[in-house]
Design a protein around this ligand. Sequence first.
Ligand code: NDP
Length: 333
Amino acid sequence: MKTVSLELVEIHELAFSCLMQNGADKLNASALADTIMNAERDGSHSHGLFRLPAYVASLRSGKVNGKARPSASSLTPAVIRLHGDNGYAPMAHQIGIPELVKATKTTGIGVMAITHVHHMAALWPEVEAIAKHNLVGLACTPYMPAVAPAGAIKALFGTNPISFAWPRPGNTPVVFDMATAAMAMGEVQIAARDGHSVPLGTGLDADGQATTDPQKIAEGGVLLPFGGHKGSAIAMMVELLAAGLVNENFSFEAKEGDNGDGGPPRGGQFILALAPDIIAGAGWEDHCDRLFDRMSGMDGVRMPGDRRHKNRLSDAPRKINSDLVKKIRHLMA
Ligand code: NDP
């Protein structure tokens, strides 16, 4: 794969300018460019510049509002509804997360039910933003059908990611962020682009046969949930929390209402925040460090989130696929 080296500021500038030239205003372009740059910074390659052409497609088609002004309202002291104004999720998070943090600091628990939003990014930014305030964060969102429930050969669930961040005051939080599919579709698409195979159990081809060919999964095939029926149950839970409870589209409904422009459908997101200071009381940090120390001290174990957090420490330029950079520049021509 041919790459070009770009400084983080250049990545931001590229994303920001491209979004501005394709219908986003400054606030929305800046929120999304931050997310894209931070994904490249952390090595979340499937959710950085790689997604920009699809973001642009939905701005151009008018499906996504590039000038969104999300609005938050409190249903109870602990429950916030956030209307995303049909914009991209990072803009909604900028408005909503401070409200959620404020509520959770008072009540010990806070829920944010986000509607009318288009989410195609990684989910760690929102839970890390919560953990910064020494709160626990959990987030999930559906998508469009891509994953077959256990036993089926046709898609019903989205890749339905879940992220979780546990705060460690004075340290980076412990974070996991994962699709409930055996592999995120972005990773499958990247494997297809780069000519790599994927492990058996990742997905089925159009005939419902197991395959290691990412192209066959991405085009006409289907992903499988991780861990068989257990992952399938968790994927169903994501549908229920981030669509049933939030009162937005299930993945199959999102597809029915989508214009097929290649960008993310309209959907919802469920975000939960918890205050350990209130729920566990004093000493929770040291208590939980005992678990983390035991765990990370075991041979072969690395903590989830550590790879990204290590990448984050480097201010070296990032290597970006040169065809992708050309494609993005073409979108600005
Ligand atoms: P991975 O399987 O790559 O990683 C999942 C989690 O496991 C990460 O937190 C990762 O930490 C951790 N991890 C990986 N390897 C190890 C290991 N050996 N030991 C301990 N922990 C480990 O992620 P996915 O491919 O499932 O998902 C990729 C991204 O796609 C996510 O950010 C997700 O939010 C996003 N996504 C977004 C969707 C959307 O609609 N917006 C849809 C589906 C996915 P680390 O990061 O440090 O490697």
